[in-house]
Design a binder for this molecule. Structure first.
Ligand code: DC
Length: 203
């Protein structure tokens, strides 16, 4: 099991997906799960800061991330990338009950897989799978991360990162035993090859 963490736009999803394809392993985008809960919160007219209201939605939610992201059967694959979700998702992800509900789904998902897994997010190596066989922490310069996030813009990306790093529960941080890869100016292929080499090298 490979855990890949890092801030928005560090290349996590792209690299994790490409790594899973290269290894023929299963891939889980945990950010899509927090985003899916956020779409449901907004669709229900609940405030992202309503701790109990948001927690109730998260604990009852049925979420799928492949082949398209769905919550309670609704296809939210496009909606999860929109500005309203970008703005609200950090508040939803800071809610401890939401995190508990998502972490148990993530662990159950990995336990159900019959092949290796690549899981990406913010707290995968630190909290969700502290015994992952390999932990990777991806970084990139803010300008590169903002460029990758396109319409979201540098201000929104950096505001979200600050919120994700500063929250009390499972903040974004590098696990002490994670390898750090700066993806600025590097191709997906190069980064994937570096990770595959680490996987093959016994520590
Ligand atoms: O990776 P992303 O941008 O799709 O993640 C969306 C938000 O979800 C991000 O602002 C932080 C949160 N998140 C989290 O708190 N824990 C995770 N394991 C994954 C994402």
């Amino acid at each position: 099991m490979v855990a890949i963490d890092g801030p928005a736009g560090s290349g996590k999803s792209t690299v994790a997906r490409a790594l899973a394809t290269a290894l023929n392993w299963s891939f889980l985008d945990t950010g899509a799960m927090y985003r899916a809960v956020t779409t449901e919160v907004l669709a229900c007219g609940v405030s992202p800061d309503d701790v109990d209201g948001v927690a109730a939605i998260a604990s009852a939610a049925v979420i799928a991330t492949e082949p398209v992201v769905r919550i309670n059967g609704r296809d939210v694959d496009q909606e999860i990338r929109g500005a309203p979700v970008n703005q609200a998702v950090s508040a939803v992800a800071a809610n401890p009950a939401v995190r508990a509900a998502m972490v148990s789904r993530q662990r159950a998902w990995v336990a159900a897989q019959t092949r290796g897994t690549v899981v990406e997010g913010r707290d995968i190596g630190t909290v969700v799978f502290p015994n992952a066989s390999l932990k990777v922490f991806l970084t990139a310069s803010l300008s590169e991360r903002a460029r990758r996030r396109g319409d979201e813009g540098a201000t929104s990306v950096s505001r979200r990162d600050d919120a994700d790093r500063a929250r009390a529960v499972s903040p974004l941080r590098r696990a002490s035993d994670a390898i750090v890869i700066d993806t600025t100016g590097r191709s997906i292929d190069e980064v994937v090859k570096e990770i595959v080499t680490c996987l093959k090298t016994p520590n």
